[in-house]
Design a protein around this ligand. Sequence first.
Ligand code: ATP
Length: 311
Amino acid sequence: MTSIDVHELTKDYGTKRAVDHLTFSVRPGRVTGFLGPNGAGKSTTMRLVLGLDRATGGSATIGGRPYTSLGNPLRRVGALLDAQAAHGSRTARNHLLTLAASNGIAAGRVEEVLVEAGLGSVGGRRIKTFSLGMRQRLGIAAALIGDPEVVMLDEPSNGLDPEGIIWIRELVRKLAGEGRTVLVSSHLMNETSSFADHLVVLGKGRLLVDMPMRDFLESRSRPGVRLRTTEPTRLRDALLRKGYEPAQGDDGCWAVAGASAEEIGVLAAIEGIPLLELMAEQATLEEAYLDLTSTETEFAATKFPLADQEA
Ligand SMILES: Nc1ncnc2c1ncn2[C@@H]1O[C@H](COP(=O)(O)OP(=O)(O)OP(=O)(O)O)[C@@H](O)[C@H]1O
């Protein structure tokens, strides 16, 4: 199957280095989430992979070959980069028919992808009448028209309603399940954690993370558990005797830092204390990501001093 391979990829815009000696691979059969703060270089990397921009150094290949040397590229690689790019005075159907005709794709495929993208009933409407979310769906239909092995989507959830966001999640999971190579950039952490198996994270053009999602979350989580019990006083005393420092939250749950669920479960059983809930704490993708990128953000809001501190 087909991988995307980026090797020592570098791109300068004048004196600005947008992508800096980047090396990673996107493998088939899984969804790779592509994350990074604004300006980190995600879109530039995708453009370089698609041959839309010339690299200053290094290489980007698809199945071992540069995109520009692929025959029938739309049948190999489907990409959504800028959903606004479609011509507004065309109908959605005509837009897709033109793409199909110029890439040797059967016209019948147009209706299939219109339906798959949820645009079956609006194929005859002009694109300029489409909402942002409908344009996103059309961009995704265009990406899928050639039934490609490799799918690259830049911020596909942009402008989509909750139903559309669920659709994207199920779509990218399905594409990966079929063995395709799927790279999806997003700023929505909950979203990314719901569909990505693997993460590539950039900061200021450099590679920060290239690892399975689960490993990334574990590497950024501090061990601890949350629990509820019918006998908080007895459990608290038992935990204090073992050297833990349980803390009660507003919701009636107790947090025990530094403990595993196994340790606390066994301790409660030995003491004969009923547990109503026991959960290992794990960082969310958002927490883990913000922790990682706190020093890698080019554009962050500065905190203004409070009025009384200024005086
Ligand atoms: N055509 C261009 N000319 C000059 N600078 C550019 C150009 N395209 C991108 N850049 C710069 O390169 C850097 C990387 O931009 P890029 O759009 O790839 O980041 P990104 O990670 O996709 O950001 P975002 O999440 O905001 O979309 C930024 O500093 C950007 O200003």
